[in-house]
Write a protein that binds this ligand. Structure first.
Ligand SMILES: [Fe+2]
Length: 206
């Protein structure tokens, strides 16, 4: 994403029903306007009057182990959802030639990448996120994080620059898919904003 403002709760980049039938309007409304907004409000309250209030989100995440659970959970929840909304879109073309080549190089084929990413999403126990990200040595990797952690955090087992996120908390899919997380993960591929993911890749490997 472009410069992330820690003091702004951004508008959803599309209407609640824009991703129907893959993500339903009711889920989008509750997810954005209740869950996401609560993370933002709680994060704002947690950093108010501290030195973090004048930091970038990257600075905060790089030392989040020192900031406490309220900042870790709510800062992650705030950032991850902004990141997630931006990597979804009603109309999904494919990844750029550059990103496609990198995916094939790293994973063998685009389908193999989808399978590995999907497995990360489906096998994350409990609540969390699946990620495609770029490692410090500029290689693509897939993995998952628990709760609201992300690859920018010093506490994360996977580290790098995120490109694509998938929310696998039950609040992201339960109304439409109930316990069938695998169906939600499959549907997700219909609404990936590959233009944005490709842009993030270009930035990450510059
Ligand atoms: Fe969520």
């Amino acid at each position: 994403m472009e410069k992330f403002d820690i003091h702004v709760f951004p508008a959803l980049p599309y209407a609640y029903d824009a991703l129907e039938p893959y993500i339903d309007a009711r889920t989008m409304e509750i997810h954005y306007d209740r869950h996401h907004r609560a993370y933002f409000n709680n994060f704002t309250a947690a950093i108010k009057g501290t030195s973090l209030d004048n930091s970038t989100i990257e600075q905060i995440f790089s030392k989040v182990s020192e900031a406490g659970d309220a900042v870790r959970n709510n800062g992650g929840g705030f950032y991850n959802h902004v990141f997630f909304w931006e990597n979804l879109a009603p109309k999904s073309a494919g990844p750029s030639a550059e990103l496609t080549a990198a995916l094939v190089k790293e994973f063998g084929s685009f389908d193999k990448f989808r399978e590995l990413f999907g497995n990360s999403a489906k096998s994350r126990f409990g609540s969390g996120w699946a990620w495609l990200y770029v490692t410090a040595d500029k290689k693509l990797a897939v993995g998952s994080t628990p709760n609201q952690d992300n690859p920018l955090m010093d506490v994360s087992a996977i580290k790098g620059t995120p490109l694509l996120a998938l929310d696998v908390w039950e609040h992201a899919y339960y109304l439409k898919y109930q316990n069938k997380r695998a169906d939600y993960v499959e549907a997700f591929w219909n609404v990936v904003n590959w233009e944005e993911v490709s842009r993030r890749y270009r930035e990450a490997v510059k």
